[in-house]
Design a protein around this ligand. Structure first.
Ligand code: SAM
Length: 286
């Protein structure tokens, strides 16, 4: 069954009376090349978790390469469709659940004991950033997280300090993973066609964080504060977030080699780590 064919998609739609729900980010992929790129990037060697299988176009590709695929789909109507489209795939398990609520750690322990696991997904656009945040923050025992997202989100995940796309999500992503854009995917390769182009991002999960910091929580508190008001200087952003006098805060920043006049978005991950360790000392937790 060629699920990349718009004709097949229409046939399945009419067989099951299925109409796309825009609110669920249902834009189905119709390019075999892109499916291959996603699956290649996931470097499958054991198990795969897929989020949002839709009609199962990517799921089929994953099933060919994986020992086991667990696909998490929110839309109840698709469970019956997937029973039909994946009838010849013995190594897939479909779970009807919300990817924003499911316990991925427990899922990995229950379904993939002893296996290497990757995540692969053409994500629903309305929740790309929260899902990626969850996948990264949960510190899942996975090798690679490969997701198709809007091009602008992909740019933000990979953005370097000092660029317009650089933000808290870039720091989070680059702290725990090594992200890279594996493919740019034009909007006409989806049915229905979304408004914007997409990109496949491969995030290789790092064994150790990319920079060393003594207090991860404080590091991310500083990052959050630094990007909370992009027009303000870092000093002003931090002074609203920490109970330290501005003068002293300015001195601490200078001690960390960071000018208080700089804006948060100019700091790279190493500088955030330095600043965090300097503020940690002052807060007396060391
Ligand atoms: N994998 C298919 C493909 O590549 O053509 C469909 C991808 S489509 C962009 C996103 C899929 O995610 C849809 O099947 C949608 O129903 C599902 N979805 C939406 N919200 C979800 C959620 N919170 N949890 C799990 N799946 C969700």
């Amino acid at each position: 069954m060629d699920l990349t064919s718009p004709k097949t998609i229409r046939e399945i739609q009419s067989r099951f009376g299925f109409t796309f729900k825009k609110g669920l980010g249902q834009n189905f992929l119709t390019s075999r090349d892109v499916l291959v790129k996603i699956a290649d990037a996931a470097e499958i060697d054991g198990g795969v978790i897929e989020i949002g299988p839709g009609f199962g176009v990517l799921t089929r590709e994953l099933c060919e390469r994986a020992e086991k695929v667990v696909a998490v789909e929110l839309d109840e109507r698709l469970i019956e469709v997937l029973g039909f489209t994946l009838a010849d795939c013995p190594n897939v398990k479909i779970i009807r659940a919300d990817a924003m609520k499911i316990d991925f750690k427990a899922l990995i322990a229950e379904e993939f004991a002893g296996m290497n696991v990757s995540v692969a997904a053409n994500l629903p656009y309305y929740i790309t950033t929260p899902i990626i945040t969850r996948l990264i923050e949960d510190r899942l025992d996975v090798k690679n997280i490969v997701v198709m997202v809007q091009k602008e989100v992909a740019d933000r995940l990979c953005a370097k300090a000092g660029t317009k796309d650089y933000g808290a999500i870039s720091v989070l992503c680059q702290y725990f993973t090594k992200p890279e854009i594996a493919a740019i995917v034009p909007s006409d390769l989806f049915v229905p066609r979304p408004k914007v182009d997409s990109a496949v991002v491969k995030m290789r999960v790092l064994e150790d964080a990319s920079v060393k910091t003594k207090d991860e929580k404080l590091f991310f508190r500083i990052v959050k504060a630094a990007f909370s008001q992009r027009r303000k200087t870092l000093l002003n952003c931090l002074s609203s977030a920490f109970p330290i006098e501005k003068d002293e805060l300015a001195r601490l920043m200078e001690n960390a080699g960071i000018s208080p006049r700089r804006r948060g978005e100019t700091l790279n991950l190493n500088e955030f780590a330095l600043l965090s360790d300097t503020i940690l000392k002052r807060l007396g937790r060391e």
